[in-house]
Design a binder for this molecule. Sequence first.
Ligand SMILES: [Zn+2]
Length: 70
Amino acid sequence: MAKKCVLCGGEAEFFIKNSSEYYCEECASMQFGDLSYLQKVEDNAKKLKKFLKEKKPPQYDEEIFIDEDE
Ligand SMILES: [Zn+2]
């Protein structure tokens, strides 16, 4: 599922928000000179993973983790 850099075809580490343009670190810094408005692919994957995890319905034998009920 790794994204490819649109410039060199290498493994992309960054992408532009709201766009499907992916860049490896080298091309991103050459192209933009600044990585601050690029998003890290890795962060996004982590976020998605977390989201999927949180979306999972709680199980009855995991009630220890639910303490909103006070
Ligand atoms: Zn590249």
